[in-house]
Design a protein around this ligand. Structure first.
Ligand code: NAP
Ligand code: HSE
Length: 433
């Protein structure tokens, strides 16, 4: 019997690669809702084998645990492989091997899917095997299904998301509770939101991977993380957050993708966002994706994007879809990229800017600063001066929409001015004309 011709009433056997936060939550969800899930899947499900690195640390039936990936990959009874180990290799290798053997793969791995999506889909096509990856972006929010299927007839104009729970949690705690960065990160780690190496969250790489996956589907053109301009939240201070609030903005790590006449704009960076924007209200570890599409208009997808239970919800939704396909002989949609758009270099992108400078508090300083910006065609909408210490003041400048290249040239000029003692921060603003 070919692996694609499964029709039996015996349990559909599953192999787990990884048994950490997500793997354990997925098993627990299956155990607690077995009757319900199996009815929807069309028959019984069983987790036959679990790959881990350190079997001794797991309190599980030792016969199910293995350190040998081929006990999963080469087992003909195992028809669904759930990869929840994370990282690039060996996870990528195991996913490819499972697909080549005709096994359905379900993965939460944004690192692999964002950088190697094309290779993975090809292996699935060769093995005639389905690949599901809803859990790789925004945990429990069904955004991949929505973009691939429900919105397939729309042209997406833009997609703006809060796609990293850890950084949204940190920024929310800094904004609403006055917490410092370090305890907020520790708390996010304790709650299971952060990646094994939290620098992927804090430096924006996790969000860039998720944006690459979403943009590829939304615009039908493959985007990889190295094309996404990426800045993390490390430089955002309590002072920046305080100024943002005074000026009517919230500070969020946004993942932004837009289609224009000159290709795609794909970027992840801390952003000032008007407080009345629907994304501004998204707090703690919640995620949201705000889509503007033709003819749909605006739509927002909101929910829990990190942590064991929300991610297990996406994994088990994919298990049900996989089981239905295996039982009916149907196939999931493979790669949806059908054109090749270029990604604009960040230097060509236009947006609003917040600039915080340390300057000498002397006559003529403001004029010199405004001149440096004006020389590059960067126009100001507002200026705030806050006295700090002695003859030093802090200047907060807000620009009209300006080109990144021009703003960076103006910043380089400002650095040369004797009256400017420091460029304290530069944060982009969404929604400025
Ligand atoms: P985790 O808690 O660190 O668990 C990883 C598991 O994989 C552990 O059981 C580990 O074994 C096993 N493992 C790792 N490398 C292995 C190797 N080379 N060989 C065998 N086993 C290996 O990770 P997680 O938080 O569950 O995340 C898993 C995946 O889900 C990642 O791709 C992550 O990006 C994604 N994800 C996570 C979340 C979240 O909120 N945590 C949300 C969405 C997506 P040992 O236990 O023996 O060490
Ligand atoms: N570390 C990720 C986050 C987990 O904080 O959003 C979900 O991918």
């Amino acid at each position: 019997m070919s692996i694609r011709e499964y029709t039996g009433d015996s349990p559909l056997q599953i192999g787990l690669l990884g048994f950490g936060t997500v793997g354990k939550a997925a098993e627990q969800m299956l155990e607690e809702n077995r009757d319900w899930i199996e009815r929807r899947a069309g028959g019984p499900l069983a987790i036959k084998r679990i790959l881990v690195r350190h079997p001794g640390k797991h309190r599980d039936d030792a016969r199910r645990l293995t350190v040998d990936p081929f006990e999963v990959l080469d087992d003909p009874d195992i028809r669904i492989v759930v990869e929840v180990m994370g990282g690039m290799d060996p996870a990528r290798h195991y996913i490819l091997e499972a697909l080549r053997r005709g096994k359905t793969v379900i993965t939460a791995n944004k690192e692999v899917m964002s950088s190697c999506g094309q290779e993975i889909f090809r292996a699935g096509d060769v093995g005639r095997a389905d690949i599901f990856f809803e859990a790789s972006v925004c945990g429990g929010i069904p955004i991949i299904y929505a973009l691939k299927e429900s919105l397939a007839a729309n042209r997406i104009r833009s997609l703006i998301g809060i796609v990293n729970g850890t950084t949204n949690y940190i920024l929310s705690k800094m904004t609403h509770e006055g917490w410092d960065f370090a305890p907020a990160l520790e708390d996010a780690q304790a709650k299971g939101y952060a990646e094994a190496d939290p620098s992927a969250d804090v430096e924006g790489h996790d969000a860039a991977r998720k944006l690459a996956i979403l943009a590829s589907i939304a615009f039908g053109s493959r985007v990889t993380p190295n094309q996404v301009y990426t800045e993390g939240i490390e430089r955002v201070t309590a002072r920046d957050i305080q100024y943002a609030r005074e000026l009517g903005w919230s500070v969020k790590l946004l993942a932004i993708a837009k289609e224009g006449d000159e290709g795609l704009e794909v970027r992840v960076h801390p952003t000032f966002l008007p407080q009345d924007h629907p994304l501004a209200a998204v707090s703690d570890a919640f995620n949201a994706i705000y889509v503007d599409a033709e003819p749909l208009g605006e739509a927002m997808f909101y929910g829990r994007g990190a942590g064991g239970k929300p991610t297990a919800s996406a994994i088990l939704g994919d298990v049900v879809a996989a089981a239905r396909n295996l039982r009916s002989g149907g196939r999931a949609v493979s790669c949806t990229c059908h054109r090749e758009l270029s990604c604009r270099h960040m230097s060509e992108v236009s947006t609003g800017y917040y600039l915080r400078l340390a300057v000498f508090d002397r006559p003529g300083v403001l004029a010199r600063v405004a001149q440096a910006l004006g020389d590059q065609g960067v126009s100001l909408t507002s200026v705030l001066q806050k006295l700090t210490q002695g003859d030093q003041a802090e200047l907060v400048l807000i620009t009209h929409r300006a080109r990144e290249k021009d703003v960076q040239a103006a910043v380089a000029e400002l650095r040369q001015l004797a009256v400017v003692t420091g460029i304290l921060n530069l944060i982009r603003i969404e929604g400025v004309v």
